[in-house]
Design a protein around this ligand. Structure first.
Ligand SMILES: *[C@@H]1O[C@H](CO)[C@@H](O)[C@H](O)[C@H]1NC(C)=O
Length: 185
């Protein structure tokens, strides 16, 4: 009887540790989000970081998407890290290679963008495969805080800069900087 209990509690311990090991060990504070566009008639974007309350920040903004995504619309995501946030940015291995927009929507967009920002934007969701056309409309981001889905569980502390680079009919860039620290339990 006693040994059964021991086995059961041992199993429970293993399950619990599986849960803690899978938990994200870092937190982040957004520092800045900026955008630029080669043609604001076709695509205009503006973002900001707001303080929600002491120590809590969120990203808000808009993308006024007014051009047709064509076969020439390409995107890449570059990730850099710096220990100080100064000028020593080094490229990280997690960047997303330059690719067609359609491929991006079926992969990275579904797995990272919608999982992290789906709750705070009106960006389109695709349960099945995305088929063009991409809807032209005003996309709004309302106090977005990422939940970290799709990111590594452990990352080095420091400043991270993510550059989302769109080319094609409009060349536009979204640049976000965040400070990452190890969580204190
Ligand atoms: C975006 O991609 C274009 C085409 O590859 C490149 O010329 C440009 O330098 C990139 N911009 C940024 C900010 O990385």
């Amino acid at each position: 009887m006693f040994s059964h209990l021991l086995v059961a509690s041992g199993a429970a311990l293993i399950v619990l540790c599986g849960i803690c090991a899978a938990e994200r060990s870092w937190e982040y504070e957004p520092k800045s989000v900026t955008g630029s566009s080669s043609d604001e008639e076709k695509l205009k974007l503006s973002f900001r970081v707001d303080r929600i309350k002491r120590g809590e920040y969120a990203m808000s903004g808009e993308i006024d998407w007014n051009y047709d995504v064509g076969d020439d619309t390409m995107i890449e995501v570059l990730c850099y890290r710096s220990y100080t946030g100064g000028n020593d940015w080094k490229i990280m291995p997690w960047s997303m290679p330059y690719q067609k927009f359609e491929n991006f929507v079926n992969t990275f967009y579904k797995d990272i963008v919608i999982k992290n920002f789906g709750h705070c934007t009106n960006l389109p969701r695709y349960e099945k495969k995305y088929q063009p056309p991409w809807p032209k409309k005003l996309y709004v981001f309302d106090r977005c805080v990422m939940n970290g889905d799709g990111f590594p569980d452990h990352v080095l502390e420091g400043y991270y800069k993510v550059i989302v680079n769109f080319t094609g009919e409009v060349h536009w860039v979204l640049t976000a900087v965040a400070k990452v620290t190890t969580k204190l339990y």
